[in-house]
Design a protein around this ligand. Sequence first.
Ligand SMILES: [Cu+2]
Length: 173
Amino acid sequence: MSGQPARARFTPAGVQLVHVTVREGYRPGAIEARAGVPLRLVFHRDEDTPCSERVVFSSPHVDRHLVAHGETVVDLPSQGPGEVRFTCGMGRYRGRIRFSPALGRRRPGLASRFRSAGIGMALALVIVLAALAASGLIPAAGPMPWLAAGATLLLIGWLTLVARVVGTAPGSR
Ligand SMILES: [Cu+2]
């Protein structure tokens, strides 16, 4: 059994889930999953040949009986990066799961985008005000530039907080 590896999907409970059909082999035979997150495998055994009545995982060592013409759930605790193999009792059916760390950084959330935008805006404001002060258009020694920059930072800090609260609201992911 080969073909494209199937990627485990995430459930709302934060567990990874993948369905495997057992019939003359495992389908999919290659699974990709995230390391560091528990993985639930649901085996659908559509046959009653003695060949497929057990499934054995290499590590962690898990050996389970699969119900004929039914579903068996196997929960694997979170794994480090690497490969876990599973076979039938006599090693004829073969499957493998590749656990990989999260790819790259996640897209920055709204809160961190607000924060970087805020720091940029405050810096730009200070530079513009400093330039105006240097050119004599506004009094250089006054508290104005610093008050304006401080107010901007405060506003952005507040928006960051709001974005974080909105971002963690249920159903927003
Ligand atoms: Cu077998």
